[in-house]
Structures are given as C-alpha cells and as structure tokens.
Design a protein around this ligand. Structure first.
Ligand code: SAH
Length: 337
C-alpha cells in the first residue's frame, strides 16, 4: 500500500469499504501470525516521573498524584502471578523514574529470570545507554518506547526534553536494537494538532523502522494535564485533525497489520477504555494479536493514571486475567503458550 492509499483509508467513512479493510487485516493476521493471542502481563512498577509530557496524567508537574514505587518483592510476586496464569512475558512499565537504579533493577530482572524464565520487557522511558546495556545483560529481552507521533514539531510540543538533553526516540530505538533488544514502539491517535498526513507518515514509519511490536491507542484527555485542559486550542483545522476515536484507532491497527504482516500488535488498554463494551475485541479482530492483562497490585492501579478511567482499574489481577481470556476465547481465538 502506498502513502496515498493509506491516507485514503484513514479518511474513508464508507461502512462497506471499511468492512473490506477489517476483513483484509484479519486475514493477513491469521495467515502470518496465526490465531493465538499472546498474553503479556503488565506491571506498573512506579508512577514517579521526571518528565512533563503534555498528555500524561503522571507527568512531574501533576502535584495531585500520590507517588509510589513498588518494592522488589512486590514485583517478584507479580512475576509469579504471570507465570501461574501461563503468560510468556512480563512487562515492567513506569514513569521516567531515575530512582529506578540500574543495579536494583538488574537484581530484579535476574531473580525473575531465575525463578520464572519469563521473557522480560521494559518500558521505562528514555534512560542512559549504560542503564539500557546493564538491563539487557541482566536478562531483559525487549524494550518498549513509543515515538508517539512522527511529526517532530508536534512531538516536541507535547513531549518537552529534560533541560540540556535531546529527546529523539527514533535514535534511542536504534540504540536499543544495537544493544540487542527486540524493540516495541507505537503512537497515540488523535493528539490535538495531529493531522491525517501525520498519521499516514506514522504508518509508513512502522515499516521503515525495523520494529517488532507496535502499540496503537487513542489519545485520551487527562484533566490534570495542559493538553487535557487546552487541547481544543491546539487542534488542527477541521477536516485535517485526526479524531481520537475507536474507528480511527482501528483503521491504524488494520493498516499496520497489512503493512507489517509479521509484526506483533497489541489490542491496547486505551482502546478498551474508550469502548468498554467491545474495544478490545475490535482491536483483535482488525489486526491485533497481543493482549496485556494488568497485574499491578490493586492499591497502585488507580495511582498509575496516565489517562482517566483506565479499563483495568477497579479489578485485581485474577479478574483482569479471567475477563481477557474469556474475551479471546469468545472470538474463537486461542491463548498463546
Ligand atoms: N514513561 C514511559 C511509559 C509511559 S506510559 C514512556 O514514556 O515510554 C505508556 C504509553 O501510554 C505512552 O507511551 C503513551 O503513548 C501512552 N499514554 C500516555 N498518556 C496517554 C493519554 N493521555 N492518552 C492515551 N495514551 C497515553
């Protein structure tokens, strides 16, 4: 598919044509990555963050957030749960918390590997090369870092760098690959100021960069953030602004599957949040092959509020596990082993 065709699909509202897109994406998914949905347990290990991203509820400047960092024992307990539920991977995610010391996390990675053999994915923001190397050597397998949008100007507006530092996520993704990590990235759909042209470029970018997993979620305004409060002021002109809705997110999922047949695509929590009744299922039947059930202890879940009303809040790990597995089986898909 060329860029013009992608742009055309992103703008189409014709329901019959869209059925065709969903069907093609689902067929490409089945033929290339099969019927299994792989489960990756998500543990939100800290909501402490040094950054001030305009979109994110746990940004440093949001003084109303109670901050936490899980203990090593709490994280290990989550790893045991993941192994018990039969998941293949544990994802450790956090704000950009520089109090997550290199050696401390190396110890935790080593213990998880020794005890459970789970694959480990890290999603800890923009860390120094030395930390990234140390964690890889300790046994981490993958790193997730969304580039959020390929429009550099928009990116810089919503994602200010730390003083005196550059924030080039494409460069960091290259570095991660060089170290040996499998690399995940992705975007938000419907950021105020994001145009259809930008979104078509994002989809092209997924193919150009050698990425193993692409997460695609709708942007969800958070009232504790500048973008959440003043988003309307930043919108692109009518007809150019991408809507932050389920339909557009699903189009990007489907187009990404068609462009990158072998890639891993999660059906994201943000998609399940904007349509609780069927968002996760729509993602899975329009190209996605991964789910990330939340394993974070109940008492921390609502504190990791990157956007409001996250679909996983109000549940414990057992409930998230059961609900997601039932949703997958009801679609006639199998659980990856
Ligand atoms: N600190 C890490 C993890 C951030 S949370 C990092 O920066 O990589 C993971 C993802 O959640 C982000 O990359 C972003 O795409 C998404 N996210 C954050 N705030 C959001 C919001 N308001 N709406 C939708 N997605 C959001």
């Amino acid at each position: 598919m060329n860029r013009r065709e992608i742009l055309d699909w992103l703008k189409t509202e014709d329901a019959d044509r869209l059925e065709e897109l969903w069907k093609t994406a689902d067929t490409v998914r089945r033929e290339n990555v099969g019927n299994a949905v792989h489960l990756r347990g998500l543990v939100e290990i800290s909501n402490i963050c040094a950054r001030d991203c305009g979109y994110c509820g746990i940004r440093a400047g949001n003084a109303s957030v109670s901050r936490y960092r899980m203990t090593a024992d709490e994280i290990l307990d989550c790893a045991r749960l993941a192994a018990g539920f039969g998941y293949g991977t544990l994802v450790l995610q956090a704000g950009e918390d520089h109090g997550i010391a290199s050696a401390w996390l190396c110890g935790i990675i080593g213990s998880i590997k020794d005890e459970t053999g789970l694959a480990i994915t890290l999603s800890l923001g923009e860390r120094d090369d030395a930390d990234l190397v140390a964690w890889y050597r300790a046994g981490a397998d993958r790193y997730l870092l969304r580039f959020e949008t390929s429009n550099r100007e928009l990116y810089e507006r919503i994602h200010p760098p730390l003083p005196g530092r550059d924030s080039d996520r494409f460069q960091i993704l290259g570095k991660l690959r060089e170290i040996g990590y499998e690399v995940g990235s992705g975007i938000m759909v419907g950021i105020p100021g994001q145009t259809y042209d930008d979104l078509a470029n994002d989809v092209m970018m997924f193919r150009e960069h050698d990425i193993d997993m692409i997460g695609i979620g709708p942007y969800i305004p958070h009232p504790g953030t500048p973008l959440g409060r003043e988003g309307d002021r930043h919108k692109a002109p009518d007809g150019e602004q991408v809507p932050a809705d389920e339909l557009t997110t699903c189009k990007v999922v489907a187009l990404t599957r068609i462009q990158c047949p072998l890639i891993n695509i999660p059906s994201t929590t943000a998609l399940a949040t904007i349509n609780r009744a069927g968002g996760r299922e729509h993602g899975l039947s329009r190209g996605a092959n991964i789910c990330m059930p939340n394993l974070t202890p109940r008492k921390y879940r609502e504190l990791y509020e990157i956007y409001p009303s996250k679909a996983s809040c109000g549940e414990n790990a057992d409930e998230s596990n059961t609900r997601i597995k039932n949703q997958i089986l009801a679609l006639g898909r199998t659980i990856g082993t």
